[in-house]
Design a protein around this ligand. Sequence first.
Ligand SMILES: [Zn+2]
Length: 228
Amino acid sequence: MDIKLTQIFSNVSLNLGIKHKIVSEYYSYKHIKNTARAKKGILYVRVSDKLKDAPLEIKEALAYILLSKIKGTRVAPRYKRTYNDFIHELIINEPSDITSGLHKPIGIYFDLEEIFYCINNNYFSNEVPTPALRWSKKKAYRIFGRYDRAKNEIIISRLLDEKKTPRFVIEYIMYHEMLHIKFGFTYKKGRRRVHTRQFKKEDEKFPFYTESIDYLKEISGREKRSLF
Ligand SMILES: [Zn+2]
């Protein structure tokens, strides 16, 4: 049992008027997944260990989502939004390493250089200095794009270099990573923050923002079943 996590869930369950005793733990699911089930008056909660370092507000939002379901009441939209925003960030730009390797920006179906120039022209008045651009060596299925500040390099998962990938999805990831070049990062409460409110506002301005996120969510789910 994780005491801190259990405390968070217990507080939320009190607020929701749930009488169960809570037992919670982090669990190493392959993908981000969280479960809650009631058994003999005890509520067993399992939270993906990928959320271990998530801020308190994310864990609270998750508690409201899971426990509202148990109670059969509607989840307040702000909790869903808070949680989903966080997950999207994890999906799109996980800080862990996207496998390195020297690869050219020209893929089989998409040329990252051409897409970069196009996005720079359409959304950034050509003001973003050209970084190194390449496809990842491996077909990363949870980390779709990454901006490596030290190397000044944008890497996009080779998984997306497919005929079926809508061009707007690659354009969106390029746009997102270019925003990282534009905005840099700030510190808040000792944590390095890259997805600031201002960043998110700009990110959501991309015309196919929702469609791109939905597509990435879908393929990260589908890949899971085909890989394991
Ligand atoms: Zn990002």
